[in-house]
Design a protein around this ligand. Structure first.
Ligand code: S3P
Length: 199
């Protein structure tokens, strides 16, 4: 993944030209695990929007849902992501519902590259079983909920700049896929000699 001289990293930095990398996708898609490793590889800060929301509300996500309701969580999420997008370049893992907001999608388009980590239902279900802090799945049939969310959200996630399959491969392999796809997708920076030597 890493060339000894760091040239692959430098190349991707040049192509990103200061834009954030924003990971989107359903709960269990691997946004946080992949995002952290990607940020490490690029020597960029990493932020998880769910953590940033919890910090600014001084409450956990289940508490916000319970005490304030989902609508208020969503407006907090929109505000926090707008703030994160205004900060210097970083890798941002968003909560699964964040990209469903039209304003958030527009801001991401202006300031970042959206990468959708797309996983199949069994992969998602296996991964979400490890944690019990997702209010949307705290019901009698989380698999039906997930299926429903896939139907509603996948057409919107498809607006992301890139779609990377998220499967049973180790996270490192997914990071390599993201790096390769980003490098192929983004244009190399163009030299602009007229800027250096104005006529
Ligand atoms: C949500 C996903 C969660 C979190 C909240 C709602 C969603 O984030 O933001 O529980 O609507 O899909 P993760 O995708 O990081 O689990």
């Amino acid at each position: 993944m890493e060339r000894p001289d760091g040239s692959a990293e430098a190349e991707l930095h040049a192509r990103l030209a200061g834009r954030h990398i924003v990971l989107v996708g359903l709960m269990g898609a691997g946004k946080t695990s992949v995002g952290k490793r990607l940020a490490q590889w690029l020597h960029l800060p990493f932020v998880d929007s769910d953590h940033a929301i919890e910090e600014s509300a001084n409450m956990t996500i289940p508490e916000i849902f319970k005490l304030r309701g989902e609508a208020e969580f969503r407006s907090g999420e929109r505000r926090v992501i707008a703030r994160l997008l205004g900060e210097p370049q970083q890798v941002i893992a968003t909560g699964g519902g964040a990209y469903m907001d039209a304003e958030t999608r527009l801001r991401i388009r202006e300031r970042g590259i959206a990468v959708w980590l797309k996983a199949e239902l069994p992969v998602l279900m296996r991964r979400v079983q490890r944690r019990h802090d997702r209010p949307l799945l705290a019901n009698a049939d989380p698999e039906a909920t997930m299926r429903d969310l896939m139907a509603k959200r996948y057409p919107v996630y498809a607006e992301a700049d890139l779609c990377i399959p998220s499967d049973e491969q180790p996270h490192e392999a997914m990071v390599t896929r993201v790096i390769e796809a980003l490098t192929a997708h983004l244009e190399p920076p163009t030299d602009n000699p007229s800027k250096d030597n104005p006529a």
